[in-house]
Design a protein around this ligand. Structure first.
Ligand SMILES: [Zn+2]
Length: 219
């Protein structure tokens, strides 16, 4: 399905704020850059991004200026730097099982937005997410893992279909970003945009979240 990056950002804004946000051209450029990187990854099945001594030294001396923050699952099949053909200093990445927006994750997003000035927060779920399956199957786990699965259960709501559950969990994480006054303030001033996506661990493709409801083939 064809859609514009602006539509993706509008959908992200609706989930995070419950309304609209002023346009953020930098967020759109960032999203375009991510998807160009995913297209390169799909074409070449390798990461040709800059991983040299030179980039290590320059970022060590001059600091980091990532062009996006990516929140995604810790699953070893979901490596964001490879998926987006990104090098050192390109992406600020926050990962945990089930891409849960814990206080630590939210604080990390705030740091990226307020101090590193990333113009885009991309929250990316994935197909075949074990944390979502565990929540769907109502696995009982002890300790902190139990708390994590409980948060994913909250995210998936009443969904019983895995695709719908993955999508609900992703939307829940985006909605949780809206609790942050820091993020809302930046977004209200047109300095920050939000987007959701689902990564397909078989094809390597990133599907951006646009429609409020999943299409028939999503179900
Ligand atoms: Zn996962």
């Amino acid at each position: 399905m064809e859609h514009s990056y602006q539509q993706v950002l509008e959908r992200g804004a609706a989930l995070v704020t419950g309304g609209e946000l002023p346009p953020c051209p930098e967020a759109e450029a960032s999203l375009r850059c991510l998807m160009r990187g995913n297209a390169q990854y799909l074409d070449h099945s390798r990461n040709a991004a800059e991983l040299t001594d030179l980039i290590r030294l320059s970022t060590a001396h001059e600091g980091q200026h990532p062009y996006a923050a990516v929140v995604c699952c810790a699953d070893s099949r979901v490596p964001p730097e490879h998926i987006f053909s990104a090098g050192i200093g390109d992406l600020f990445v926050i990962r945990n099982a089930g891409n849960v927006m814990s206080p630590a994750a939210l604080g990390s997003v705030e740091y990226a937005a307020a101090h590193l000035h990333v113009p885009l927060i991309l929250v990316m779920g994935h197909r075949g997410c074990g944390a979502v399956v565990a929540a769907l199957q109502k696995h009982r786990e002890a300790g902190a893992l139990g708390e994590l699965i409980a948060e994913v259960s909250l995210g998936i709501g009443h969904a019983r279909d895995p695709r719908q559950a993955e999508r609900n969990n992703l939307c829940h994480s985006l909605e949780t970003l809206g609790q942050s006054e820091v993020l809302r303030d930046l977004a209200d001033r047109g300095r920050l945009g939000f987007a959701g996506a689902v990564y397909d661990i078989r094809s390597g493709a990133v599907e951006l979240l646009v429609d409020p409801e999943p299409s028939a083939e999503d179900r």
